[in-house]
Write a protein that binds this ligand. Sequence first.
Ligand code: ZN
Length: 332
Amino acid sequence: MPELPDLEYVRPILEEELVGKQLRGIEVFEPVVLRNMIGGSLGEFSGLVFRVLRHGPFLTFALEKAAGSAPGVSKKAVAGGTGSRAGTRKPSDDLGGIPEPPGNSGGLTQKADEGLAHGLAIIVHPMLAGRFRLNGKKQSSTAIRFHFEGFHLDYLDDRKMGKVYVCKGSDASSIPGYGKQGIDLLSSDFNMDYFLNAAKKSKKQARVFIMDQSVISSIGNAYADEILFEARIHPKTRMNQLGDDQRKELFQAIKSVIAEGIRTIQEASPDLEMKYREHMKVRNRKGEPCPDCGTSIRRANVLGYDSFFCPSCQPDGGKGFIDWSSLPGKQD
Ligand SMILES: [Zn+2]
């Protein structure tokens, strides 16, 4: 469930709650969710949270390990991470317009291990169903509980597909997918030139292309459908079938739909663990009328994933461009 706009909402809230707080132990209810890369028991695991970062679809709590209890972390390394509290921002700071790169102080890491090289990290990959809850009661989906002084944070996961890694910051890039994230789409490096250059080399279906996290970090299933609807592109259209104008429209749609998603969720201000999808125009709306033309929204399978689209606004094959897939030797 958590996609970039969701994490952009959750991250500053957790930053506000956790930075400067001492973690006093990690309770594991679902071992399948945990990847303990430092070894040993986590029941007494302690450390001071000094940053909460987002790296693509990952959320990271950067920790200074308490002196004397850090396997493999020197005092010198620990000292290197202090003083980052100045980078803390309130959730409201993220509001407004197309998000510009928040930089390090905004919790966005462009390089896989930036800001994490010293000390330890808890890195959460919520996948489809991961959620956070503060001070909740244990329930069937409670997978991991982080104990702080006076409160706790739960990681919940109905599907148990997400992962919580406990590792040295310097090992973050060895986490599956972490080191392979492409340009963050909120970064200033994600610009028209970058996008068009990557797009012109690709023959992938548009939906598959924009969800390739090694190119664009990161777009999930829900926002991929919304972006393609905004750009009026059928999800199975191959990138090399798109005209220049359509590729530019697709880039603009990525920027505008994600920015709108961030703004909408911020304004709705849902509970931390809530899945906020009210603003979705086509996602999970099969059979409902298209908000623009009234045609029934359809669902299609794109490489094993459900995709929702309007067959009128997003015609198969599109208009005004050559269908290269119909040429001999090309697969559709
Ligand atoms: Zn329509």
